[in-house]
Structure formats: structure tokens, C-alpha cells
Design a protein around this ligand. Structure first.
Ligand SMILES: C[S@@+](CC[C@H](N)C(=O)[O-])C[C@H]1O[C@@H](n2cnc3c(N)ncnc32)[C@H](O)[C@@H]1O
Length: 497
């Protein structure tokens, strides 16, 4: 009987030799079958993978979860079975686990593999088990793309599940592989599958620890903590470990934000996805912003979506394949009762990034960004935080500072055709957060001339002269409006090297 590690090593080689990567499968399926699969329809994909090549067989076996003839994978079948990834009977192989290739967050390379429980498809008659280990989904990708690209030595993936975040953290095409990667979970099954993901991805030496929240890493500090936590706000107890923590409401995410900063090195980052409650009578941004107060960290909290209680209940009942089951109505009702009792009017979905700045007055920005932004955000998230910190300092040092207009901004002038002056001037970012801001003539003139070298004060005086305005009024106006434009990334304060 081959040992598990040797089997996984050979399986890894076979997966890579076959070209079982996201790009390989995408090309094999083409847009129509790929599109149907995104809607959970596998028929076109089954038809597109009938040629019998190893890539077609692996795609059918693991991606589509349909049996394949063992002959198509004859060199690998024994190892797939020995590793517990597949079972053989009657000359056929069936997947026992889901093996999913992961694309690099930059979209141009292969990061590794995630091993998880088989996908539970709607209408299959069975929902997920209580200890179901979920694969790399849309949320996993969102977090992986948010994570900073800066080199880090010592990282923690809290609630690792199938290990997808740790595999991305080790992707040397994004940043040098961290010297130490720690992954935690409360589910022993998740820890076992994560270990298989790491073996299939060639990521050695990951430390796997069992335990809730930050308990397994007491007294330890990390340069980066990432977590796609069990954030689902559910009516009672914990039914599914992969999505519910058992803590009430959004308490898990609040505690993570409150407690993780003590585990960060100076300058270290905490990045997580979260759900938060909109409670009747309390502005959501004040409530969630308060989580980061007293953390000693600059914080960027972004609401990407909001659902009303009914949409939220339907989403998670669909996720656990309970739509249309006999219990559906009563569970739906429980969810709504729960939200009504707590005065919950909606649930926000978003990103949280904290950076341990040690500043006496940390910069905390809570905002809603519902539109598409440039990906991966991790490539520029530190610049976003730098903008908030620079804006916080700006008001006190306005005169001495130099400013540069950020790269990739354009100016739009809107008004009736032929009019001498525009009714509105808009600065727009063509990349990154794709923000737009309505501005006045002073800021427009400044955006045209500031280059990061000439101090702001003479520039403002020149603008006052050109526009026939009082220099004091121009400076006061700049002091009032520039911090927001710096925080939003339209202007940059050059940082000392
Ligand atoms: C949504 S899954 C995330 C899996 C994976 N990291 C990803 O990005 O897709 C949440 C994970 O948190 C784990 N978990 C649940 N309760 C936890 C707790 N109290 N402390 C730490 N992890 C927990 C679950 O077992 C699950 O693996």
C-alpha cells in the first residue's frame, strides 16, 4: 500500500502533467459549457469532455463529479484511491473528494489545488453534512484577491477550511513565499483536507492547529492574518461549521476585529471578509466602525452588498440545498422571526482590512463601494490605507506639503454645448477603486499642475492669481477639500523612501 504522502506527490505530478489547471479546464470547456457550469448545469460540460484524455477524465471526475473509466487514468488510479480522493469499482473511478485547481490571484498562473468535500448540487436530494468542508468559492476568491501583495514572513490563515487562502499565500508569483504559514480550524476534517491541499500544491511545512478564533495562537504575532470566517448570521446554534460560528449575530467578526490586532506585528495586516447587521435605529457604518476603534490600527471597511432579511434567508437556504424541501417554509420563517426579534433590517457583506499603524489617531474609513473595482485589490490595498493616513495628517501641514495627481485619473467637464464654463467638473479614476468625484475649479487647476515636487502653497497662490480669487480663500478651500480627495486616491502625498 503506497503511503499517503508519496501518493499525493504522484497525484500532484499527474494533475500538472495533464494540465488540470483553471486555464486548462477553461480552454477545454469553452465559453458555452463553462457558462452553463457557472449556472450549475453540467450537461454541456459532460459533452465537451468525452475524448478520453487525462485532462478530460480529471475534469469529469473532480470538477463535474461524474464517474470515469479507470483506464483513462491508468497510471494514477491507484494513487487517487490510496489518497482517498477517489474510489474504484467495476472498472470505474468516482470522486470521493473535490479537487479543484486554483488560479493565481493575478489571473495569469496556477497557484495550486484545494481539496474539499464533494459539491452538493441543488436537487441532488441531500444537503451538506454538519462538518462539510466547503471548496474554494466566490467568497474565497474575493478574500484572496484582497490580500496584500507585500512580502511577509509569518502569516496566519484563520478558519482555513480546504486551505485555499494558505495556498494563495504561498503563491510565489504574487509575493515571495512566507517563511512561516500557520492555518487553524475548529474542524478536524477541514484540517485533514487542508493538509492534502498543501501536499497537492507543493506547499510544505504549513503548521496546522486545531481551535476556535485566536485560541490556538495565544501569545503569537503575525505579519498578516487572513480569514474568510464562518460569518453567516443564522437563527439558532450552529448547523454547518463551514459557515456558522455558533456565536450570536455578527459577534464572530466583531471579536476577530477586536482581538486580532494584539496578534499583529508593527505594520502587520488583518484582512477578512465579514457580514454585519443593520440594526434598526443604528447607522451600520457607526456600528461596524466601532469594531476597529481602540485597535491601534488604520482600518478600511467596505460594504460591497446589502441584502434584506428575506433575500439573506433565501441565499443561505439555497446554499444548503434546502430550497423546495419539506422544511423550507419553517426554516425560512425561523430566519425571519430571528431577524424581527433583533430589529435587523438588513445584512451587509464586505471586506475589512486593518493595518497596525501605532498612530495615536488611527485612520478609520467605513464606506460603501458597490461597483466593480480593479482586481486584484491586494496589489494596491496598502496605497489605499496610505491615502487615509496621509489625509489624516494633511489638514495640519497643508502649506509645506507637496502633492501629486494620481496616475490614471481623467477630468470630465459637463455642461451645455458651447457654454464657456462647465456646470460640473468630475475627476474619475480609470483603475483601482474607479472612484469619481465632483470638484471645483481650484482642485481641477491643481490636478493639472501638481507634480509631487512643487510645494502646494505657491501652486495655490498661482491658481488664485489666475482665477482672480483671494489667495487666503483658495488656501482655506484647499485645506477643506483636499483631505477627502487624498483619502480617495485622486491626489497623493509623496512618501519618504
Ligand atoms: C467559510 S469557511 C472558509 C474556508 C476557507 N478559508 C476559504 O477561504 O474558503 C470558514 C471556516 O472557518 C471554520 N470555523 C468555524 N468556526 C470556527 C471558529 N470558531 N474558529 C475558527 N475557525 C472556525 C470552519 O470550519 C470553516 O473551515
Amino acid at each position: 500500500m503506497p503511503d499517503l504522502h508519496s501518493s499525493l506527490r504522484r497525484v500532484r505530478a499527474a494533475l500538472e502533467d495533464a494540465g488540470y489547471t483553471v486555464a486548462g479546464v477553461r480552454e477545454l470547456l469553452g465559453p458555452v459549457a463553462g457558462g452553463a457550469l457557472a449556472r450549475d448545469e453540467i450537461v454541456p460540460a459532460v459533452r465537451a469532455t468525452g475524448g478520453g484524455s487525462p485532462l478530460e477524465a480529471l475534469t469529469r471526475l473532480f470538477w463535474l463529479q461524474v464517474p470515469v473509466g479507470a483506464a483513462a487514468l491508468k497510471g494514477t488510479a491507484d494513487d487517487l484511491v490510496a489518497a482517498g480522493l477517489a474510489e474504484a469499482s467495476g472498472g470505474e473511478l468516482r470522486a470521493r473528494l473535490h479537487v479543484e485547481p486554483l488560479e493565481s490571484v493575478t489571473g495569469d498562473g496556477h497557484a495550486g489545488y484545494a481539496v474539499s468535500d464533494l459539491k452538493v448540487r441543488p436537487g441532488s436530494g441531500a444537503g451538506p453534512a454538519a462538518d462539510h468542508v466547503v471548496g474554494a468559492g466566490g467568497a474565497s476568491g474575493n478574500l484572496a484577491r484582497l490580500v496584500i501583495h507585500k512580502p511577509v514572513d509569518n502569516v496566519l490563515d484563520l478558519g482555513t477550511g480546504c486551505g485555499v487562502q494558505a495556498v494563495h499565500l504561498a503563491d510565489a508569483s504574487v509575493r515571495p513565499r512566507p517563511a512561516r504559514i500557520t492555518a487553524t480550524d475548529v474542524s478536524p476534517r477541514a484540517l485533514r483536507l487542508a493538509a492534502m491541499s498543501f501536499a497537492l500544491s507543493g506547499v510544505d511545512g504549513v503548521e496546522l492547529l486545531d481551535g476556535p478564533l485566536l485560541e490556538p495562537v495565544r501569545e503569537r504575532r503575525f505579519d498578516l492574518i487572513v480569514s474568510n470566517p464562518p460569518f453567516v448570521v443564522a437563527p439558532s446554534g450552529r448547523r454547518f461549521t463551514y459557515r456558522e460560528s455558533g456565536l450570536p449575530g455578527d459577534e464572530f467578526c466583531r471579536r476577530l476585529v477586536a482581538e486580532a490586532p494584539a496578534h499583529l506585528t508593527d505594520g502587520g495586516h488583518l484582512q477578512l471578509l465579514a457580514n454585519w447587521l443593520h440594526v434598526d435605529g443604528t447607522p451600520w457604518d457607526e456600528r461596524v466602525g466601532a469594531w476597529a476603534e481602540g485597535s491601534g490600527c488604520d482600518a478600511w471597511i467596505v460594504q460591497r452588498d446589502v441584502q434584506d432579511p428575506a433575500e439573506y434567508a433565501e441565499l443561505w437556504l439555497r446554499d444548503s440545498c434546502e430550497t423546495g424541501t419539506p422544511e423550507y417554509r419553517s426554516r425560512y420563517g425561523e430566519w425571519l422571526d430571528h431577524f424581527e426579534r433583533l430589529g435587523i433590517t438588513g445584512i451587509g457583506f464586505g471586506w475589512i482590512t486593518l493595518r497596525k499603524s501605532g498612530a495615536a489617531r488611527p485612520a478609520i474609513r467605513v464606506e460603501e463601494l458597490r461597483h466593480a473595482v480593479e482586481q486584484p485589490v491586494g496589489a494596491y490595498v496598502d496605497d489605499v490605507l496610505n491615502g487615509f493616513a496621509a489625509a489624516r495628517e494633511f489638514s495640519t501641514v497643508c502649506g509645506q506639503v507637496t502633492l501629486g495627481a494620481a496616475a490614471g485619473i481623467t477630468q470630465e467637464q459637463i455642461g451645455p454645448p458651447g457654454a464657456e464654463d462647465p456646470e460640473r467638473i468630475v475627476l474619475r479614476q480609470s483603475g483601482r477603486l474607479m472612484r469619481a468625484a465632483g470638484i471645483g475649479t481650484v482642485e481641477a487647476a491643481l490636478a493639472g499642475v501638481c507634480d509631487g515636487d512643487i510645494p502646494l502653497e505657491p501652486l495655490l497662490d498661482a491658481i488664485a492669481q489666475l482665477t482672480d480669487m483671494d489667495p487666503g480663500a483658495v488656501r482655506a478651500h484647499a485645506t477643506a477639500v483636499l483631505p477627502e480627495l487624498i483619502a480617495d486616491g485622486f491626489f497623493e502625498v509623496p512618501r519618504p523612501d
